[in-house]
Design a protein around this ligand. Structure first.
Ligand SMILES: [Zn+2]
Length: 482
């Protein structure tokens, strides 16, 4: 990390001037991640990994509460297995990394490194599932996957990334559809309540859906540069993979039937989403629910009363450490000013300052990262008030992000207006579409905007497509996307 003469963290790029530069500055200066000599790969640094662990734990709890169990499947997939499903392999073919040699020995069959685990897991389910009594199978795995990327964008597009992928098998079509929507709702609740990231949810158009899926549902967030980020997907796989991998069960009526399947996932991309939803000119802003440190305590140390201040902040830390994720920074090598800057960059939601004058008044200064507000709180038993403040920050960050999305909502049936909005303020545009892939393609060519989702609630009146003027439309959200 570069420091200027005073030892302060150097300014980061303005969001307004160059958003992608701002993003990289924040990722690197907040110590979240780094590049590696292998192009496309990312090193997740301890602070970034702590953030991921908090995201993971909060989501894992929800996955288990909805009846799923975790398991782990292998990294390698034999080519013949991956080839079994034509659409699926075609969708992923350009991105698969292959192992052709083990030690000194060339392999008889090359092994693909999983770009996703449908083939690996479905071929296993074909062995596990025999009877209706074996259903449903509700399994999730936390793993890494590899998709060979030509461009690296830390957390957003990397060759190897971390994710969770749920893979379920059901007895009926209705049950699979119910599961698909249940997990979409789990993701929505998680994104909004934990990540403080408002999302739109709905169905993907056919051209945007997952390779081999019958239906793909998604949640989409809006980043501060007006571009959308797909934050999670839930697929109804129908019986497609069951037929390809021969996953059959003997039903109560003694008939052999194919299972109905779903798969759903979110990845380390969410970290990119959190950065671009909440970050500002001073760096990262983290929602308290996932912040590696919810509170940082910084003593103001001067010669006089140095020991007293230190004793007090250590006592404060001991009292708080079981209730909050708290860091005491009593390091002497940096000035308090440098530290303020540093923890603002790192997005720590609350900063506590204690100096000799605070001791005299038996109080401490508490500064909020979300809005810069300062409050003085009594040094004795501040836990309840700090807890309330953190809760308020969590709510406020969601509110701010929602206000940003709802600012000048764009709804248009006129293509010229559509183009103008996409060129200027961007954001989501709500417009009617006839359902034809060719119209979607034309709009993308001219505006770089794609259909992000087809929301569940549709206005009842019919109108004409924003591109071709034909009727039988549905209203969809368009945006430029990551
Ligand atoms: Zn059309």
């Amino acid at each position: 990390m570069k420091k200027d003469d005073k030892g302060y963290v150097q300014e980061i790029q303005d969001q307004e001037d160059d958003f992608s530069r701002w993003y990289i500055d924040v990722v690197r200066k907040a110590d979240l991640a780094d590049y590696f000599i292998v192009k496309g790969c990312m090193i997740i640094k301890p602070y970034g990994y702590a953030l991921w662990e908090n995201i993971q734990q909060a989501l894992d709890r929800r996955i288990k509460e909805t009846g799923h169990q975790n398991a782990y499947f292998p990294l390698f997939c034999p080519e013949s297995l991956l080839q079994k499903e034509a659409d699926h392999v075609e969708g992923f073919a350009p991105e698969v990394a292959w192992v052709t040699q083990g030690g000194e020995e060339p392999l008889e069959e090359r092994l693909g490194i999983r770009p996703t685990s449908e083939a690996i897991i479905c071929s296993t389910y074909a062995k596990w599932i025999r009877s209706y009594r074996d259903l449903p199978v509700l399994i999730n795995q936390w793993a890494n996957v590899v998709r060979w990327e030509k461009v690296t964008r830390l957390f957003l597009r990397t060759t190897e990334f971390l994710w969770q992928e749920g893979h379920t098998a059901h007895r009926t079509e209705e049950e699979a559809q119910e599961e698909t929507l249940k997990m979409l709702n789990v993701y929505t609740e998680f994104a909004e309540n934990v990540l403080a990231m408002p999302v739109l949810k709905g169905l993907k158009s056919d051209s945007e859906k997952f390779a081999g899926a019958q239906k793909t549902y998604c949640i989409e967030g809006l980043m501060k540069d007006g571009k959308a980020l797909q934050a999670g997907t839930s697929h109804n796989l129908g019986q497609h993979f069951a037929r390809v991998f021969d996953i059959k069960y003997l039903d109560e009526d003694q008939q052999e039937k194919y299972v109905w399947q779903t798969s759903w996932g979110v990845s380390t991309r969410l970290i990119g989403g959190v950065i671009m939803t909440h970050g500002d000119e001073r760096g990262l802003r983290l929602p308290p629910s996932i912040a590696p440190y919810q509170i940082v305590i910084i003593p103001i140390l001067v010669k006089k009363q140095r020991e007293e201040v230190l004793a007090k902040v250590r006592e404060l830390y001991d009292k708080m450490k079981d209730t909050f994720r708290v860091k005491l920074d009593d390091n002497d090598k940096f000035t308090p000013g440098w530290k303020f800057n540093e923890y603002e960059m790192k997005g720590v939601p609350l900063r506590i300052e204690v100096g000799p004058r605070d001791l005299q008044k038996d109080q401490m200064m508490v500064v909020r990262r979300d809005n810069g507000e300062k409050n003085s709180l009594p040094l004795a038993n501040p836990e309840k008030q700090l807890g309330d403040l953190l809760e308020d920050i969590q709510q406020n960050m969601f509110k701010q992000a929602l206000e940003f999305r709802e600012k000048n909502p764009s709804r248009t049936e006129n293509f010229e207006e559509f183009q103008k909005v996409m060129e200027e303020k961007r954001g989501f545009i709500y417009s009617p579409w006839c359902g034809k892939a060719s119209c979607e393609e034309h709009i993308k060519d001219r505006t770089k905007a794609t259909i992000r989702c087809i929301p569940f609630d549709q206005p009842s009146h019919d109108t004409s497509c924003i591109w071709c003027d034909e009727g039988d439309t549905r209203w969809v959200y368009f945006a430029r996307a990551y």
